[in-house]
Design a protein around this ligand. Structure first.
Ligand SMILES: Nc1nc2c(c(=O)[nH]1)N[C@H]1C(S)=C(S)[C@@H](COP(=O)(O)OP(=O)(O)OC[C@H]3O[C@@H](n4cnc5c(N)ncnc54)[C@H](O)[C@@H]3O)O[C@H]1N2
Ligand code: MOO
Ligand code: MG
Length: 418
């Protein structure tokens, strides 16, 4: 008798996975190796930024008071007593009527309190003249205007991107404490699977899920160990799953999770004594997505159907991995967009449609990326986002406002309401 599975809601499924995530601890890394990692400590300003008052322009540093009354008819003259390039400091403070030629980024000399841009001056042998009065503080980039010493600038749990790296470098972090990154195991199951390099033979197809999943991991900067392809053989598959679990932090399998005669993943979980968190979710594609846990390790049993496999990874595996790495905003960002095409097929389950978004004169439009069955592979290639269509009895029309999940974003969100 075939097992009748009871679907659980998407939000409940995500919650079950996330509540079984084990954090991997932290490590110190050289700054240059931290891109894509998660900060294990907040970035607190070690000093003011900028650390001194400096010139935002190439020009002349003056005492603003000396420019009082300047006009086109009564230009004020300044004597130039020296030059300060960025990285250099003035020899002395300036006196009445004096100025330093100063370059962008150079420390403002003592007594100077304004900078005149080169373009605002007429130069002469002794110095220059100007035609307007300056206020104290004008054109000065103030010490601490960007960040004050002690200020909490970025929270722990944030993914490090190039901007974060700039900030860490500013404060002299040559090494950074980050969360450890997991190593993923990837195994594709299916007797029908051929290697990418193999020629087609009747009844067989090439393994596209394995390379796709590894690329989805690479996109998030996560290393993976491939366990290749396995024929649907219970003993052999169990053995390799066991081995993979010893060698990696979590395992992604593709295929074999439904109710077919050769869908062995449910039996493998049972043999290993893994706790199945769910094996049916009210979503499409990917309703058969199964997640199990053994000890501290998660087993993601993604569907064999390519679109379902892809979607299962993005919706369940990706946030779980980011959470293992200590990320506090592990979910894909969600925006709203206009539906670019009719999507008439109603569904009792929430539908995740591979789509492509673009900016138009009518705002953001997300258009389904073509053939959208769970078995589709062409639409995953064309899509750059996922449209979320709530379950219900009606279809959706072009122009309706829909929720869209963005793929491949560096910065995520703390929660989804799916
Ligand atoms: N009686 C029922 N049949 C099916 C149900 C169901 O509820 N009752 N669910 C259907 C749904 S929905 C899906 S999705 C699939 C899921 O199947 P499995 O996850 O068990 O995957 P397989 O049976 O192994 O393969 C499904 C499909 O995907 C192709 N495949 C598998 N691996 C790969 C790969 N690495 N690269 C490319 N394509 C792959 C495979 O050849 C099959 O065509 O079950 C439905 N059936
Ligand atoms: O699990 Mo199947 O992918 O619902 O479509
Ligand atoms: Mg199957």
């Amino acid at each position: 008798m075939v097992e009748i599975r009871k679907p659980i809601q998407m939000a409940e499924a995500v919650e079950r996975v996330m509540s079984h995530v084990h954090k991997l601890g932290t490590e110190m890394l050289l700054l240059e190796d931290t891109y894509g990692r998660v900060l294990a400590e907040p970035i607190i300003a070690k000093h003011d930024v900028p650390p001194f008052d400096r010139s935002p322009y190439d020009g002349f540093a003056i005492r603003a008071a000396d420019s009082a009354g300047a006009s086109g008819d009564a230009r004020k003259s300044f004597q130039v007593i020296g030059e300060i390039g960025a990285g250099h400091v003035a020899d002395r403070s300036i006196e009445e009527g004096e100025s330093y030629r100063i370059m962008t980024g150079a420390l403002i000399p003592e007594q100077a309190d304004a900078v005149v841009m080169l373009e605002q001056t007429v130069e002469n042998e002794k110095g220059f003249t100007l035609r307007k009065p300056f206020e104290a503080g004008e054109n000065i980039s103030r010490q601490g205007e960007d960040a004050k010493k002690g200020e909490r600038l970025v929270e722990a749990g944030t993914v490090i991107h190039p901007g974060t790296i700039a900030l860490l470098a500013t404060f002299g972090y040559s090494q950074v404490r980050v969360a450890k990154r997991p190593i993923a195991g990837v195994l594709s199951t299916g007797t029908e699977l051929l290697d990418v390099a193999d020629g087609l033979v009747p009844g067989k197809i090439r393994n596209s899920n394995g390379p796709m999943i590894r690329a989805q991991l690479t996109r998030m900067g996560v290393e993976s160990k491939s366990y290749g392809m396995m024929e649907d053989d219970l003993d052999a598959c169990t053995e390799i799953v066991e081995r993979a679990l010893q060698e990696t932090d979590f395992l992604i399998t593709t295929g074999g999770v439904s109710v077919g005669d050769y869908d062995y993943l449910p039996a493998i979980y049972e043999r290993l004594g893994a706790e199945v968190l769910f094996n049916k979710v009210a979503m499409r594609p990917g309703s058969v997505t199964t997640v199990a846990v053994l000890g501290e390790k998660l087993l993601f049993g993604l569907s064999g159907n390519p679109s379902a496999c892809f979607t299962g990874f993005e919706l369940f595996t990706r946030p779980a991995i980011l959470s293992m790495m200590g990320c506090t905003a592990p979910f894909m960002p969600r925006i709203q967009a206009k539906l670019g095409d009719d999507f008439k097929k109603a569904n009792p389950f929430t539908r995740f449609v591979r789509a492509s978004w673009s900016m138009t004169s009518e705002g953001i439009v997300a258009t389904p990326a073509g053939f959208n069955k769970s078995s589709a592979v062409s639409s995953i290639a064309r899509g750059n986002c996922i449209i979320v269509l709530p379950s219900g009895t009606r279809g959706f029309e072009k122009g309706m406002t829909v929720d869209v999940l963005l793929l491949g974003a560096e910065q995520g969100v703390e929660r989804w309401e799916l």
